[in-house]
Each structure stands twice: as structure tokens, then as C-alpha cells.
Ligand binder design. Structure first.
Ligand SMILES: [Zn+2]
Length: 338
């Protein structure tokens, strides 16, 4: 099972984030948007939007709930500071939408600072949790290696900058030692059937799916007017671990659900139900393309894929870079699942 944590995208994500761990983070700060009186959308900076996730904070009269955690632990610590100064109620629940490390691993930091919060995951994820706990340690091992590598290179930097580098690496080492003391704690609640939580005059419902991965959770609030659906609803979806048939069914239902006013995805800005046309079309096209050309290998499939999608996803440099990686992962997945 371990192979599935090391997709090319995750590798790029890791390299980028470990670099950013040493950079001044002002340009990459998360934006807090108020969606309603009870719902805050913590939107990832645009430059990182395919590599790290959005989070959603929901507050009732008695309890708060955090949906997902960033995979950048320093960013999670910044969120903790913000939460400690603004929350008026206990943080009762943490929801991990799925196993991808940019949604799950930062929960270790939240669990340390909010030890009474109950972690909620899909039933299937709970069954695999030991493996996921190891990915937290693996990530820290990689972080340690990147610090060591950078330390070796300090002497190659211009003399005037060496002290600054040493300071940054000292900070990184302190963080590493702190995070080594934490771990991803086992979940408290497993979801297989719809689960309604009462946050204090504010009910939310958690639903379980097998779509973007084999174990996804979504959250609905305000009579289904607000849908928090992580990577199931991303405008450019990552299909490398998807169940195409189920995913298309779910997306199509959501696309036609007139009650939904706003959709908060795992990556990128808030969407409307109508926007789901794009991921629907993209995933349908991948599935149909692979089915129509069983004789083609992955490279041929990529080259013969409808070029309209490359145009749709050409909106900026970072989407342009992510698109071929996501397409390749999707073609491979669709070919394997046949
Ligand atoms: Zn994901």
C-alpha cells in the first residue's frame, strides 16, 4: 500500500513545501473568508493551491469543527495560534476528508494543541490508520534530510548570507524536534453512514463516499446550502486514486442539486454547483478515452487526448504545470481499473 503515497505530484509537493519551510511565508499565507455567520473558508494561497489544501472552520453555539488540515505543519501552527485567539467555544471535532497527506497529516499538530477534539474519518480510513501514522513519521524523516542537505550547502552561499541561512535552518531544526514529539492519533469516530453532528443550534451532516479516493468524507451545512467536499469537487481534480464510476455519479448528483448555494473545494476558490460541469467533463473524458482506445499505451493516450482540456486548464502557470501530471495519473488509473 505504501506506493500510493508517493505519486509524482506528492513528490513535487514535498520538495516545494520543504523549500517553503525555509522561505519567508508572507506571500503564501492562507486567506480566511467568511462564507456565513458560522462558516469560515481558509483558502490556500493561489501559488500553492495544487500542493496544499483549503480548510473549513465551522462554529456553532457550543462547539467548533475543523475540516481538514494543511500538509505544511508550520502553516498548521499559524492556524492554531489564530484559533486559540478567536474561538469562543471548544474545538470538538476534526474531520479528515481523505488520506492524502495535504489533508490528513497536519491533524497531528491540531490533535496536539486540541487534545479533546475528536478525529472523524471514513470507516475504511480508520481500518488503515497504522499505515497513515507512519506517513507522518516518513514526512518528518524527509524534512530532516532536506535540512541536512541545506546545512551542507550553507558554505556554498555568499558569505554575507550564511548567517541568515544558519538562522533559518536552526528554526527548521527546532520545528522538526517539536513535531517529532507529536503523532497522528487514532481516530475517535468512523463514518460509513450519514452522521449528523450538533454544534449548538447548528447541525452539520457528514457523508461517506468512494470517489476521489476509496474513503472520502464531505460535510453539508445550512440545509445543504453549503457543501464542503474537499477533492471530490476540485475544478482540476486529481484522479490518480479515483473510483471513476462512483465519482461521476456523486459529481453529477451534486451538479444537479438545487439546494447547494456554495461549494468549498479542497483546492482553489469557492465554487457553485454549476462549476462542477468542468471536473465532470474532465473525468468523463478520461474514462471514455481510455475505453475507446484499449490498444493505446499511456503516452499515446495522453497525446491523443482532447486538446480542449489543456486549453481549459491553461489559466495560469501553476495550473498548466499541474494539468499534464493530473491527466497522466487519471489515464493510468482509468486503464488500471478497466
Ligand atoms: Zn486528494
Amino acid at each position: 500500500m505504501t506506493h500510493y503515497f508517493y505519486t509524482p505530484v506528492k513528490l513535487i509537493a514535498f520538495l516545494l513545501l520543504s523549500y517553503l519551510a525555509f522561505a519567508a511565508n508572507t506571500a503564501t499565507a492562507t486567506q480566511w473568508h467568511t462564507i456565513s455567520a458560522n462558516v469560515q473558508f481558509l483558502e490556500q494561497s493561489s501559488a500553492l493551491r495544487f500542493y496544499d489544501s483549503n480548510q473549513v472552520l465551522i462554529q456553532g453555539d457550543k462547539c467548533a469543527l475543523m475540516f481538514d488540515a494543511s500538509g505544511d505543519f508550520a502553516a498548521v501552527e499559524a492556524t492554531v495560534t489564530q484559533l486559540k485567539s478567536t474561538l469562543k467555544t471548544p474545538l470538538c471535532y476534526l474531520v479528515a476528508s481523505h488520506f492524502h497527506d495535504d489533508h490528513l497529516l497536519g491533524m497531528a499538530i491540531l490533535q496536539h494543541h486540541f487534545p479533546n477534539a475528536q478525529l472523524i474519518v471514513h470507516q475504511q480510513l480508520a481500518a488503515e490508520f497504522k499505515t497513515l501514522q507512519k506517513t507522518y513519521t516518513d514526512k518528518l524523516d524527509n524534512y530532516e534530510k532536506s535540512i541536512e542537505l541545506s546545512l551542507q550547502r550553507v558554505s556554498e552561499q555568499p558569505a554575507a548570507q550564511q548567517q541568515q541561512w544558519r538562522d533559518k535552518l536552526n528554526l527548521a531544526t527546532q520545528r522538526l524536534l517539536r513535531w517529532r514529539q507529536y503523532q497522528l492519533q487514532a481516530p475517535n469516530i468512523q463514518v460509513a453512514e450519514p452522521l449528523t453532528l450538533e454544534l449548538g443550534n447548528y447541525p452539520v451532516t457528514i457523508n461517506a463516499y468512494q470517489a476521489h479516493t476509496h474513503a472520502d468524507l464531505t460535510l453539508s451545512a445550512e440545509n445543504n446550502g453549503i457543501l464542503v467536499a474537499a477533492d471530490i469537487v476540485d475544478w482540476l481534480p486529481y484522479p490518480g486514486h479515483g473510483n471513476f464510476a462512483n465519482w461521476l455519479k456523486v459529481l453529477s448528483q451534486l451538479h444537479h442539486d438545487k439546494r447547494i448555494k456554495v461549494i468549498l473545494p479542497g483546492h482553489g476558490g469557492a465554487l457553485k454547483a454549476d462549476d462542477l460541469r468542468q471536473p465532470l467533463r474532465f473525468l468523463q473524458a478520461i474514462q471514455a478515452h481510455v475505453a475507446a482506445h484499449p490498444q493505446q499505451d499511456l503516452l499515446q493516450l495522453e497525446q491523443s487526448f482532447n486538446p480542449q482540456f489543456a486549453k481549459d486548464y491553461q489559466i495560469d502557470e501553476i495550473t498548466q504545470k499541474a494539468y499534464p501530471l493530473f491527466l497522466q495519473a487519471g489515464l493510468k488509473r482509468a486503464k488500471q481499473s478497466k
